[in-house]
Design a protein around this ligand. Structure first.
Ligand SMILES: Cc1ncc(COP(=O)(O)O)c(C=O)c1O
Length: 391
């Protein structure tokens, strides 16, 4: 029998299946396990947004939307970005995508030619690496663990220099999944100074922009507007992961080109969910505040508990993740530690090494789960850690 799989696109064989998903499935099988593995809000979508979707269905908005998105949503997104973050994109410079995920795919596919190099600071959300490989690009992973998980101008300069030639894209994500770390405007301006007037794009994934706890959300789009492709959306800000609405923003000469990949990949995002997202961005500009307050309480609690157990955490200023270093008197192999903790301690946290160089020896805890579950998890964790220390 012919082995037809060997005739598929060769890039596919270089993309690894998601280790995070596999770990999550492994954890699901453990009875009464507390899951700190989830990457999505545990809140429900606000009521006024659901009502907008119901009205949209009743009004028979069941036809294709314009490929780049409905005018009310693109206008609402333009207003939202300007008012909230001083980011200026006209509606024509915004493409409505099927979640931030499709925005990232569209941007990476549009920018890269085969062999182009992409600088990705790590630990990182693994999707960027997969998309880079699928586009025939070459990921250049830059370990940021020595700098509190932030790419410094010096590290960036060095990475560009080491790459020789062919760097076409840098991918930044702030606040970050998996570390929760974010950048100040001054830090981003420092990166902008390195990149200015070089033929290098920067894909800024700002999907967690509404979840900043320690200061305002900063953006590279302010200091490097011409070179930045901004990805954001309503998944995390309005607890709308399942609605699949993202936003892809760039100067119009760029979006005109990006829209070709978008159009020939998905035609358009769903019309009903675009109506719901328009309501979210127009009339729910502060919907994230009560969620943010809850997340912040959980973050403070979990950081305090973990510190008492001897786990150092990177400063988690945003998103809903804590990246905790396993204390030196416990097993430093994060993969083995996480599997044992789940099996024998009933606490599931993702091994840090799954997020690339710099993640080994860490665990990622998501606090997008109820305070009761977090408290139960921390108690179980204490019991487990104590037992390990008595061995
Ligand atoms: C950094 C980051 N970017 C993008 C996404 C995907 O967002 P969406 O659900 O809007 O596709 C996630 C989801 O976890 C994420 O953590």
């Amino acid at each position: 029998m012919m082995q037809m799989n060997q005739y598929l696109n060769h890039q596919l064989s270089q993309v690894k299946p998601s280790a995070i998903l596999a770990f999550s499935m492994f954890a699901n099988k453990i009875e009464n396990v507390v899951k700190f593995t989830l990457g999505e809000p545990d809140f429900n979508t606000p009521e006024h947004i659901k009502q907008a979707a119901i009205t949209s269905i009743q009004d028979n908005h069941s036809h294709y939307a314009p490929s780049n998105g409905t005018q009310p949503l693109r206008q609402a997104a333009s207003n939202f970005l300007a008012k909230k973050y001083d980011q200026h994109y006209a509606p024509e410079e915004i493409i409505v995508t099927a979640g931030a995920t499709e925005g990232i795919y569209t941007a990476v596919m549009s920018v890269l030619n085969p062999g182009d190099k992409v600088i990705i600071p790590t630990p990182t959300f693994p999707l960027y690496i997969a998309d880079t490989i699928l586009a025939g690009g070459q990921p250049i992973l830059v370990d940021t663990s020595s700098n509190n998980f932030k790419l410094s101008p010096q590290m960036l300069k060095q990475a560009i220099q080491d790459a020789g030639s062919g760097v076409r894209l840098v991918i930044l994500n702030y606040p970050s999944n998996p570390t929760g770390v974010t950048y100040t405007q001054k830090e981003l301006d420092g990166l902008a100074a390195v990149l200015k007037d070089q033929p290098i794009f920067v894909l800024c994934d700002e999907i967690y922009s509404e979840l900043n706890y320690d200061g305002p959300h900063a953006s590279l789009s302010k200091s490097l507007h011409e070179q930045v492709i901004l990805v954001t959306g309503v998944s995390k800000s309005h607890a709308m992961t399942g609605w699949r609405i993202g936003l892809l923003c760039a100067p119009q000469a760029i979006t005109d080109e990006l829209s070709k990949i978008h159009q020939f990949t998905i035609t358009s995002a769903a019309t009903v969910t675009q109506d719901a997202a328009a309501e979210a961005l127009q009339n729910g500009q502060d919907d994230a505040i009560p969620m943010r307050q809850q997340y912040q309480k959980r973050r403070d609690y979990i950081v305090e508990q973990m510190s008492q157990m001897g786990f150092d955490c990177a400063t988690p200023s945003g998103a809903f993740y804590i990246f905790a270093h396993i204390p030196s008197d416990l097993d430093q192999d994060d993969d083995r530690f996480a599997h044992d903790l789940a099996t024998n301690g009933q606490v599931a946290a993702v091994p840090g090494s799954y997020f690339g160089p710099g993640g080994a020896g860490y665990l990622r805890f998501s606090y997008a789960t109820s305070m009761e579950e977090i408290q139960r998890g921390m108690q179980l964790m204490q019991t487990y850690v104590q037992k390990q220390r008595q061995k």
